[in-house]
Design a binder for this molecule. Sequence first.
Ligand SMILES: *[C@@H]1O[C@H](CO)[C@@H](O)[C@H](O)[C@H]1NC(C)=O
Ligand SMILES: *[C@@H]1O[C@H](CO)[C@@H](O)[C@H](O)[C@H]1NC(C)=O
Ligand SMILES: *[C@@H]1O[C@H](CO)[C@@H](O)[C@H](O)[C@H]1NC(C)=O
Ligand SMILES: *[C@@H]1O[C@H](CO)[C@@H](O)[C@H](O)[C@H]1NC(C)=O
Ligand SMILES: *[C@@H]1O[C@H](CO)[C@@H](O)[C@H](O)[C@H]1NC(C)=O
Ligand SMILES: *[C@@H]1O[C@H](CO)[C@@H](O)[C@H](O)[C@H]1NC(C)=O
Ligand SMILES: *[C@@H]1O[C@H](CO)[C@@H](O)[C@H](O)[C@H]1NC(C)=O
Ligand SMILES: *[C@@H]1O[C@H](CO)[C@@H](O)[C@H](O)[C@H]1NC(C)=O
Ligand SMILES: *[C@@H]1O[C@H](CO)[C@@H](O)[C@H](O)[C@H]1NC(C)=O
Ligand SMILES: *[C@@H]1O[C@H](CO)[C@@H](O)[C@H](O)[C@H]1NC(C)=O
Ligand SMILES: *[C@@H]1O[C@H](CO)[C@@H](O)[C@H](O)[C@H]1NC(C)=O
Length: 619
Amino acid sequence: MEEAGGCARMGLRGVLLALALLLSVCVRASHGLTDSQDTSVLRALMDQWQNSPPTWGQSDDPCGVSPWDGVTCSNNRVISIKVSTMGIKGLLAADIGQLTELQSLDLSFNKDLGGVLTPTIGNLKQLATLILAGCSFHGNIPDELGSLPNLSYMALNSNQFSGKIPASLGNLSSLYWFDVADNQLTGPLPISSNGGMGLDKLTKTKHFHFNKNQLSGPIPDALFSPEMTLIHLLFDGNKFTGDIPDSLGFVSTLEVVRLDRNTLSGPVPANLNNLTKVNELNLANNQLNGPLPNLSGMTLLNYVDLSNNTFDPSPSPQWFWKLPQLSALIIQSGRLYGTVPMKLFSSPQLQQVILDGNAFNGTLDLGRSISSELSMVSFKDNDFSSVTVTSSYNGTLALAGNPVCDHLPNTAYCNVTQHAPSPAYTTSLVKCFSGACPPEQSMSPQSCGCAYPYQGVMYFRAPFFADVGNGTAFQELESKLWTKLELSPGSVALQDPFFNSDSYMQVQVKLFPSGGPYFNRTEVMRIGFDLSNQTFKPPKEFGPYYFIASPYPFPDRNGPASKSKGAIIGIAVGCGVLLIALVGAAVYAFMQRRRAQKATEELGGPFGTPSLKINLSEN
Ligand SMILES: *[C@@H]1O[C@H](CO)[C@@H](O)[C@H](O)[C@H]1NC(C)=O
Ligand SMILES: *[C@@H]1O[C@H](CO)[C@@H](O)[C@H](O)[C@H]1NC(C)=O
Ligand SMILES: *[C@@H]1O[C@H](CO)[C@@H](O)[C@H](O)[C@H]1NC(C)=O
Ligand SMILES: *[C@@H]1O[C@H](CO)[C@@H](O)[C@H](O)[C@H]1NC(C)=O
Ligand SMILES: *[C@@H]1O[C@H](CO)[C@@H](O)[C@H](O)[C@H]1NC(C)=O
Ligand SMILES: *[C@@H]1O[C@H](CO)[C@@H](O)[C@H](O)[C@H]1NC(C)=O
Ligand SMILES: *[C@@H]1O[C@H](CO)[C@@H](O)[C@H](O)[C@H]1NC(C)=O
Ligand SMILES: *[C@@H]1O[C@H](CO)[C@@H](O)[C@H](O)[C@H]1NC(C)=O
Ligand SMILES: *[C@@H]1O[C@H](CO)[C@@H](O)[C@H](O)[C@H]1NC(C)=O
Ligand SMILES: *[C@@H]1O[C@H](CO)[C@@H](O)[C@H](O)[C@H]1NC(C)=O
Ligand SMILES: *[C@@H]1O[C@H](CO)[C@@H](O)[C@H](O)[C@H]1NC(C)=O
């Protein structure tokens, strides 16, 4: 009988052990290794979304063996969510604030994802990258964004944010990239002089991209200081008034300065000439006055536009022909007069000279050593009475509105409507026998087959060149795209680059998959992220860019495949059946033990042995 009792005891222990093991396996399979709160947060996000990636919610472990696309974990905590271009619609739930280990959030190019940006975003103390570009967030940028000590990359551009730029953003001491372009922000630039926070504190920030908003008031003198390390200052397309502050000349790191299309007035500060690293300066379409600025110190200047201000009348300044890198010289209605120095046209990099609406007179002589790059010379509405051009110049020359055209009304030079110097570049498909592709597909220049490209528009905010027909430059861009984005050589098509009304060069980009007609979701998320966080860098002469993707036509977009849902149900049913069987076995064994106990009185407590502790908690 003792033997029987021992056997029953062993049997009960064994069964209970197996039960514990099974329970823990079942709990893992259903609850996963991922922190359960993080999992619930992801589920809460998903509840607010249509079209979340099909793998979302298919398993209970976002970071487990069948992970949720775009979610990355470390130590069972969610550290990054990258779901660029997934076609997600809906709102960003306030629960996001509970992902306290999140370092990177990329929701870019989901144009129907938006709503008001939840203030709980301020709880994400580890957040280093926040990318909401090309979504549809509206309302204020929450003050709480300023309490993210690790935030280094913030791209809120191309949404519908309104209200002021919060002063609290001056608290972002790690911020490198500050992009709020193309929103509806209003009000002044906050500075710290009144004791609080302000943008002047952002001495580590390299990029201020504030263009295309309705920001107003003066650009505060206190905004800039020699401690700043800005390289790109994009304030264009706002409603700034008052003077260009002297302090701008202290920020010696600047490479791109765009203040065009505001209502700035007063003279251009003389010390701007100290900014020796600038390669694009655009002050066009303001109400600046005083002398035409002396830019001879900006020896790396490529692109300058001073059009449509009210500078004092002046003859051509010396810097016109002394800047060795100059490729585009644009001063429409600049009150320039006198002769045009012939030396200008032999500037080695020169591509475009657009000096319409000035008062140049005498003879326009392009000289004998014209820059081989020169493709556009426009002096419409000046006062030239004659012109001398050698036949070696084969670019465009526009002289309509000059007295010389009174004598030569029928020459191409005098035609009011001029052709572009050369047709805009477009990736050639000549090697493919032409044939149309079905809707949403395009022909891959690599395979000549139809496929669903990942496409969007690349906006170059300050290219060094102005000639959109230059095949060399655009082919460099193509090969940089396929190399850096890990695509097959040749699987990039560019179409019709042009300068849009914001003076940005805009290019339609199509990227083609290599293994079939579609990119899969992982690839789309990766490409979207590489373009939204600037991992992809174009060739240097293209300058800074931003990209906005079109929605991607995934094959599974209407009704996600649910193969793994079946598997989960299988596991659950299996676990349930086993559980019932084991519980039955345990009850049976218990009864057996009871019987054995009745027969022999010598047993100690079989319960409470450490091996029987069943720990259901995962935390
Ligand atoms: C500034 O950031 C710190 C953390 O870096 C935070 O404690 C503080 O509340 C923030 N201040 C404001 C005004 O956001
Ligand atoms: C956040 O910043 C703190 C302090 O600067 C640093 O210790 C921590 O490693 C940072 N976290 C990440 C994810 O970079
Ligand atoms: C900057 O320019 C101003 C006036 O144009 C000049 O007085 C000053 O010395 C310059 N500063 C530097 C650092 O070159
Ligand atoms: C323009 O600035 C340069 C220094 O960069 C100076 O040498 C030159 O004299 C200035 N020209 C005029 C007309 O002031
Ligand atoms: C200058 O103003 C004219 C007339 O408004 C406009 O057509 C032209 O595009 C402007 N030039 C530049 C460079 O913006
Ligand atoms: C050009 O215009 C200036 C005044 O703006 C005048 O003094 C000069 O004589 C003119 N030159 C010619 C060749 O017409
Ligand atoms: C114009 O001339 C240059 C050389 O002077 C040549 O490289 C270029 O192809 C020509 N362009 C056209 C459109 O003829
Ligand atoms: C001016 O250019 C337009 C468009 O290229 C053309 O149709 C027209 O015939 C030209 N006129 C003259 C006088 O050359
Ligand atoms: C075209 O672009 C390339 C690369 O930027 C440059 O080296 C070349 O000089 C340009 N050519 C012309 C004709 O503009
Ligand atoms: C997506 O495509 C890439 C490249 O073709 C491939 O390596 C990867 O395994 C695919 N991922 C999935 C989930 O199919
Ligand atoms: C983009 O993301 C990668 C990977 O997270 C990171 O290493 C890189 O620094 C990021 N780029 C920028 C400009 O933040």
